[in-house]
Ligand binder design. Structure first.
Ligand SMILES: Cc1cc2nc3c(=O)[nH]c(=O)nc-3n(C[C@H](O)[C@H](O)[C@H](O)COP(=O)(O)OP(=O)(O)OC[C@H]3O[C@@H](n4cnc5c(N)ncnc54)[C@H](O)[C@@H]3O)c2cc1C
Length: 347
């Protein structure tokens, strides 16, 4: 509450329909709001129901997910309680929020088992629906070192399609050179990352592009059809990594361009697709993957201070100590000292 600016009114209602043709939104209490400009920032939808059997067993039978923050303690309880057996970790098809988060859970669990001396007795598997371990090739070697070091059984193009919590069986669809095969695996612990889509209220509106997310220009973040609409964060239909780090860089660009739009000026500022995934590969070390559109490396610090392609203690320190302060004291208060929106290149 203390973070809401004094001149802003916080309307505690969900938007139930967007009507950008008339610059109106409908709210849950039946009222409507007419706007001059709209910034859409609803995030994305975690589609738990897309995996049959999952919602019924989530939070028990050894089935957990750090994508529900209230279940993070259960994840830790499972990791702490497992001395032998099979632990499965999954990643759905893209797009997902924080592409590195499914791996963070695997590595930190393995690190805990290794420290307790039981890693050799826990069979760890990571099934990801993606065709590679990480979307930007520069970061893959460092991550593969950990996959090998922890003896993780990695399967690419493998999608969790069903969970039977009572029998402790997970079913995967794996794409191989011979087609798609269904594989059943028993588990003692299952960490699931749910499939993710645009929210239904966006998908069903004329704001949506083909992928269901808000159709905006990737640089200005202005809507492709409705010039008084912008999007920021996970809901934007852009190809950047969906992270808070991305929203942090997008927000000042949207602010500058929105002011220009309202003043009848040309939109001059551009977002470069920056996103950041701090991959916690072991307690105390992080591979800090920072990159923009097309997988272009966009490191915040020079390589001689922090090489994001390698695990470093400095990245862990930044994540643990510096980023929370950046978030609460700067980003949320609109005082971004470290992010200057870049002007569009001419021509
Ligand atoms: C396990 C995990 C680890 C992550 N780690 C990192 C990390 O290390 N670094 C990083 O940068 N990012 C990380 N992320 C990603 C980051 O959390 C998201 O990218 C970020 O929260 C997106 O912000 P957002 O504001 O777009 O969406 P959200 O944070 O989802 O916020 C959307 C808001 O809109 C509201 N809303 C939704 N629908 C409506 C509606 N119809 N009407 C009104 N309000 C609505 C919601 O209630 C919510 O408050 C992680 C995510 C997860 C799950």
């Amino acid at each position: 509450m203390g973070l809401i600016p004094a001149r802003a009114s916080w309307i505690r209602q969900a938007v139930t329909a967007f009507n950008p043709e008339q610059s109106r939104v409908a709210l849950g209490d039946g009222s409507e709001i007419l706007y001059d400009a709209l910034i859409v920032a609803t995030g994305l939808k975690l589609d738990w129901a897309a995996i049959p059997g999952l919602t019924e067993t989530l939070g028990r039978n050894g089935v957990t997910s750090n994508y529900r923050y209230d279940l993070a303690p259960y994840t830790w309880e499972l990791v702490s309680g497992l001395d032998e057996g099979t632990a499965l970790f999954t990643q759905p098809p893209m797009p997902i929020k924080c592409a590195g988060a499914p791996q963070k859970a695997v590595y930190l669990a393995c690190d805990a088992w290794r420290r307790r001396g039981v890693l050799g007795r826990v069979q760890v598997a990571f099934d990801t629906a993606t065709p590679s371990l990480f979307g930007v090739a520069d970061f893959v070697p460092a991550l593969m070192d950990y996959i090998k070091g922890y003896s993780i059984d990695l399967t690419l193009r493998s999608r969790l399609v069903a969970v039977d919590g009572d029998r402790k069986i997970a079913t995967f669809e794996r794409t191989t050179d011979n087609g798609v095969e269904r594989v059943e695996r028993s588990f003692d612990m299952l960490h699931v990352v749910p499939p993710q889509t645009a929210p239904d209220v966006i998908k069903s509106s004329s704001l949506a592009g083909q992928d269901g997310f808000v159709s905006v220009h990737p640089d200005t973040l202005q809507h492709t059809v409705f010039p008084n609409v912008f999007a920021v964060g996970d809901v934007a239909g852009t190809s950047n990594a969906k992270t808070a780090a991305a929203a942090r860089k997008q927000a000042p660009v949207v602010v500058e361009n929105l002011i220009a739009q309202l003043s009848g000026r040309k939109l001059d500022y551009a977002y470069d697709g920056y996103g950041g995934c701090p991959l916690t590969v072991e307690r105390g070390k992080i591979v800090l993957a920072e990159f923009g559109y097309g997988g272009k490396l966009l490191s915040t610090l020079p390589g001689w201070i922090l090489d994001g392609k390698k695990p470093t203690r400095l990245a862990w320190f930044l994540k643990e100590k510096v980023m929370p302060r950046l978030y609460w004291d700067f980003m949320l208060r609109g005082r971004e000292l470290f992010v200057r929106p870049a002007r569009k290149s001419k021509g």
